[in-house]
Structure formats: structure tokens, C-alpha cells
Design a protein around this ligand. Structure first.
Ligand SMILES: C[S@@+](CC[C@H](N)C(=O)[O-])C[C@H]1O[C@@H](n2cnc3c(N)ncnc32)[C@H](O)[C@@H]1O
Length: 230
């Protein structure tokens, strides 16, 4: 979270968000702030409530994890506000996305070009996800995988692995970060060939290095091409 996001939460009349995130910010929400806590899959409903409360002259904060504009709630709030023809000003406050948080924990794997791909096929067809993985794998860029797996949804990760292993060297370094920046944070560096042996859950971000990514003092570092002898 950035200081600006924290101030916005502290100053809010109403805070709307997914229950897990509401719990994470409970120490900084004011006692007199109205809290609207929702469940997974009810994003449109939450956006509608937020816009309605804002139309009633409240200062409303819609919380997302990480950055609200990266697989977060920013888009849906803007869409709903437009649909409701509201003129309320909307500010998107950037946050620290899982890719940045995971990268910092692992070392510096994203120092050069990289692709960010979500493996969630709830809103994106699996064929499209597979095509994105295929093209990114061919381009020798680091790849960050969001939403790699959840209970009962393991097929996209297996498919992604099968595509990546065709184009990317099996010994390429892979970083696996769970609960980045939260209680229970865990990180591990392995290789692509061992990716499917790892325990991966919904709060995991996977970073696949490129052909220049190496291990330096237990950190995953992608060389950018600087000449260190000068
Ligand atoms: C719906 S996306 C939300 C991303 C979020 N808006 C962001 O910018 O980080 C959820 C996915 O983000 C990643 N993620 C979110 N928070 C994380 C954390 N604290 N540690 C590791 N991965 C995280 C996981 O891949 C998770 O499945």
C-alpha cells in the first residue's frame, strides 16, 4: 500500500471491498467509517454499491489488493459509474502490484522486458491465455503469472507449463512467492522443470526468468546486459 492509499482509507466515509482485504486494513479504518464487505464473484455488485454511496455524497474508497488497475477493481468501478451516468470524480490510487512485491522478494528478475499473464479462465477463455503464454514464451522475456491456481482449477497451470517447457530451457529459474508483504510470506527459487512439484495457491505469484536470469547470492537476478568490467 502507498501512503496515499492509506490516507484515502483513513479519510473515507465508506470503505467497500472483498472481505479478505477489509480484514487486512481493519487497523487503519476509522471507527465511524461504514464498511461494506463482499464476497468473491460479487465485484459488479460491490462497484454498484460504491457508486451509489458516492452519489449519496459520501467519500467512498473501493479497495483492491496490490494495484487496483492490475486485475483489480478500477476498471469495473469506472464502467459502472459510466453506466449509471454519474458525474462523481473518481481517482485511481496506484498500489504495489504482486509482480513488484514478488520481484523485490526474489531479487531482480524483472529488470528487463517481461510479460504479465493471469491464468484465471473465469473471465478470459483458456485458449486466449494459452496463446499469450505461447507468444511470451517464444520471446525470451521473463513472465509473471497471476492467479496461477485455486482449489479445483489446476488445468491452466498445467497447460501453461506444457507450453512454456516447449520454448523455455527447463533449467530456467522460477520464483514462487506466497503472501508477499503479508503475514506468512514465503518465497522459493526453483527451476521451470520442477514448477509443478511446488505447492501453489491463490495467493501465489510465479516469476519465470528469461535466458539471462541467474542465481546471485540466493537472489534471482536477470542480467540487463551491463558490462561489469569497466
Ligand atoms: C485478482 S489478482 C489481484 C492482483 C492485484 N490487484 C495486484 O495488483 O497485485 C490476484 C492474484 O494476484 C496475486 N497476488 C495478490 N496478492 C498477492 C500476494 N500478497 N502475494 C503473492 N501474490 C499475490 C496472486 O497471483 C493472486 O492470485
Amino acid at each position: 500500500m502507498t501512503p496515499k492509499a492509506r490516507i484515502a482509507i483513513e479519510e473515507a466515509d465508506v470503505v467497500v471491498g472483498y472481505g479478505t482485504y477489509i480484514k487486512l486494513i481493519q487497523d487503519i479504518t476509522r471507527r465511524d467509517t461504514e464498511i461494506v464487505s463482499g464476497t468473491m464473484g460479487k465485484e459488479v455488485e460491490r462497484a454498484k454499491i460504491a457508486v451509489k454511496k458516492a452519489n449519496e455524497n459520501n467519500k467512498v474508497v473501493m479497495v483492491s489488493s496490490g494495484d487496483p488497475g492490475i486485475y483489480g477493481m478500477a476498471g469495473i468501478v469506472l464502467e459502472v459509474a459510466e453506466q449509471e451516468k454519474t458525474r462523481i470524480p473518481i481517482e485511481i490510487i496506484p498500489g504495489i502490484t504482486a509482480a513488484s512485491a514478488a520481484s523485490a522478494i526474489l531479487g531482480a528478475p524483472l529488470i528487463s522486458d517481461f510479460a504479465v499473464i493471469s491464468l484465471s479462465d473465469l473471465l478470459t477463455p483458456l485458449e486466449k491465455i494459452e496463446k499469450r503464454i505461447e507468444l511470451a514464451s517464444q520471446a525470451d522475456m521473463s513472465i509473471v503469472l497471476y492467479n496461477p491456481q485455486s482449489q479445483g482449477r489446476i488445468e491452466p497451470l498445467i497447460k501453461a507449463y506444457e507450453i512454456m517447457i516447449k520454448h523455455i530451457h527447463p533449467d530456467t529459474l522460477v520464483g514462487i512467492v506466497k503472501q508477499a508483504g503479508r503475514k506468512g510470506q514465503q518465497a522459493k527459487i526453483t527451476t521451470l522443470k520442477n514448477l509443478l512439484d511446488e505447492e501453489i495457491d491463490m495467493v501465489t505469484t510465479i516469476v519465470i526468468g528469461n535466458s539471462e536470469t541467474k542465481l546471485i547470492n540466493n537472489k534471482m537476478v536477470t542480467a540487463r546486459g551491463y558490462n561489469l568490467t569497466n
